[in-house]
Design a protein around this ligand. Sequence first.
Ligand SMILES: Cc1cc2nc3c(=O)[nH]c(=O)nc-3n(C[C@H](O)[C@H](O)[C@H](O)COP(=O)(O)OP(=O)(O)OC[C@H]3O[C@@H](n4cnc5c(N)ncnc54)[C@H](O)[C@@H]3O)c2cc1C
Length: 513
Amino acid sequence: MGKPLLAPVLRSLAQGLHQEDGKGVALLLPFLLAGGYSLASRPFWGGGRQCKLRGMEKLEALKRLFPGKVDLSESERLRHGKDEGYPLARPVLAVVYPENVEDVQKALQWAREWEVAVIPYGAGTSLEGHLYPTREAISLDLSRMNRLLEVRPEDFLCVVEPGLTRKALNEALKGTGLFFPVDPGADASLGGMAATNASGTTTVRYGGMRQNVLALQVVLAGGEVLELGRPVRKTSSGYDLKDLFIGSEGTLGVITRLTLRLHPLPEHVHTLRVFFPGVEEAVEASYRVMATGLPVARLELLDELAMRALNRYLGAGLPERPALFLEFHASTKEALEAESTLALELMREAGALSVEAAKTEEERKRQWEARHQAYWALVHLYPGHHFVITDVAVPLSRLAEMVRYAQSLMAEMGLAGNILGHVGDGNFHTLVPVLPEAYPKAEAYAERLVERALELGGTCTAEHGVGLRKKRFLPKEHGNALEWMRKIKALLDPEGLLNPGKVLDISPSPGYS
Ligand SMILES: Cc1cc2nc3c(=O)[nH]c(=O)nc-3n(C[C@H](O)[C@H](O)[C@H](O)COP(=O)(O)OP(=O)(O)OC[C@H]3O[C@@H](n4cnc5c(N)ncnc54)[C@H](O)[C@@H]3O)c2cc1C
């Protein structure tokens, strides 16, 4: 088969890559990664003369609608058709930079008229194929909507536009005595974080996005603007539509404003690194800390490989042993001392070998910076590799068993991955570096890990979201509830314009009536 014939075949195969039956992953990804990819990654448009004329016409209409706010360069179109974790990329038709809610409405109207999909874009740090276009699409890059609109310290809240990043928000809050706690490893946008229900190292104490978003403004596919939630700590008023949009991954609406809960900066902070002979002892120690109800503010697991990668990448000089990184926040020195002393006792009983405490604010920052760099450190250690990242969570009492299973499964399958965990939340990641030919093996590992997590009452993704890659696990995790999710999608986005192909497929699962 010559190239001109092969390209459309590959494109349509690539479209079906992550159907819920999961077969495409095993059959296609290795081939695409090994080179067929360059054909499958071509844009969707092209084709005959008529098609090209229509393509030019719609782009002209878009440029007229958004003077100075459209980027058609190849590099930007490709950058917006990929995320940080998915191995494939494909250029979007155009990148549009809205500057206000009216621009978002106009872009959606244009999309409806020309039957082009819309993929909202925050900072592009998602990991599961969230931004990869499965059909002709524009990227709606919200980075110009990045203002901090209001801070109300007396109510512990602020109002932001979606393109503001978490680091920029905390920088702007300096001097108020308040902070926004949710801290995924990357400097993500707050809109993107809400859209993926992100969490981070402090979630064990302060909660993730669902617990910290009080209200949202959302534009629906049809252009209607909804105000969801109230700037209060509690409400029992009506169905909770705000939480429906949190974690909807750009498939139900575009988030254009967020009201966020802020927290007082802790008066006293104690930061520790505790080293263990093995990962199992570290997980057991984390369970004991949680079981006593200690108000730990951060409780993170890093295995030996993660520590080795950090040493190579940052010259961190860390002992190359499994470790728990912990932090305690308290309002008095006495409370802080009592809490950390008890935690240390519990961890020693569970087998801790040694402890290092941060003595200065600088050391404290370095510790958490290292934790946030753990992904990049591994990428650096394995140049030229793709990464299969797992994100399971299980009930706390089953975490040790789950981590043990992950370790033995990787060994059995001849895979070398590291284990990083928000273990206080029962959630851990394995990052498995592989060359293209070993990709199916790593995906098979991820599948077995998810199956085990589901058997133990867990979830396939605790924080990264579904995107394309984890779609195949949803029928098993959600059963017939998935059909009701489809109905919600069909109700809110009947033309299927918003980030199509992500989270779920529109057609029902076989056997559902
Ligand atoms: C090194 C590294 C570490 C990470 N660590 C963590 C972690 O600890 N915890 C965690 O939860 N995640 C983590 N992530 C994943 C990622 O940072 C989060 O998923 C983050 O929330 C994505 O935000 P973003 O602004 O980059 O969104 P994008 O990647 O731009 O978009 C993500 C999804 O949200 C949608 N979206 C974006 N903005 C909007 C909007 N305004 N309205 C509607 N939909 C929108 C997009 O369409 C897409 O489906 C990590 C990623 C990296 C690279």
